[in-house]
Write a protein that binds this ligand. Structure first.
Ligand code: 5GP
Length: 190
């Protein structure tokens, strides 16, 4: 997605640990006009697929998924929660994740009532690095016996192993921008 690549080049900052900071349009401040284009592009990538629900993970996935859902006939969005709370139902699907940016392990949980057997699910997230977050959502999808139509990612760091992990699980991965490498402080796309 050319406009996304241009935005990354203009506004993205490379941080230690191969982290790309895109706080000005994706992870802190959200550029809604631009994210509408992201939503439309996900619709193009998964056009013709029957999608009943979008599944994502808090926090940054939520806004992207909510905007994208509008292009899939306003399907509901379900997001995995990262912290336990009294509000969360006792009946949950859960899977472990090792956080790429925080380096900590946590569990992602989804209330069982929000994923129904046989539903067609699109998984959406902001970044794909080692594939841990998306893999956890796929594990939850498996527990819920839903069909995963694909995984849609805004920015994939192609030099990390995430795509391989997901494709080995038999899932279609569509990334709107794939970073080949960070080279001498610059961002190189596939
Ligand atoms: P993975 O689980 O694939 O290793 O990492 C994906 C998750 O870690 C995403 O949900 C995202 O929140 C975070 N993440 C991974 N790499 C980056 C990065 O370079 N920049 C930002 N902002 N988040 C990242």
């Amino acid at each position: 997605m050319q406009v996304l690549k241009e935005k990354i080049l203009k506004e993205g900052k490379i941080r230690d640990g191969n982290i790309l900071k895109v706080d000005c349009f994706l992870n802190h401040q959200m550029d809604i006009k631009f994210l509408n284009e992201v939503g439309k592009e996900f619709k193009n990538r998964f056009n013709g697929e029957k999608i009943d629900k979008i599944l994502t993970i808090e926090a940054s996935g939520i806004g992207i998924a909510a905007i994208t859902a509008q292009y899939f006939d306003y399907v509901n969005v379900v997001f995995g929660k990262k912290t336990e709370s009294l509000n969360l139902d006792k009946e949950v699907f859960e899977a472990p994740v090792i956080s790429y940016t925080k380096g900590k392990e946590y569990k992602v949980r989804v209330g069982k009532q929000f994923l129904n057997e046989g539903e067609n699910i699109l998984i959406i997230d902001d970044f794909l690095a080692n594939g841990c977050a998306a893999k956890a959502l796929l594990e939850i999808a498996k527990q819920a016996k839903v069909n995963v139509v694909g995984v849609g990612i805004v920015i994939e760091k192609g030099f990390q192993g995430g795509r391989k992990v997901l494709e080995e699980m038999g899932v279609k991965v569509e990334s709107l921008a794939i970073i080949k490498e960070f080279k001498e402080g610059t961002i190189v796309f596939n």
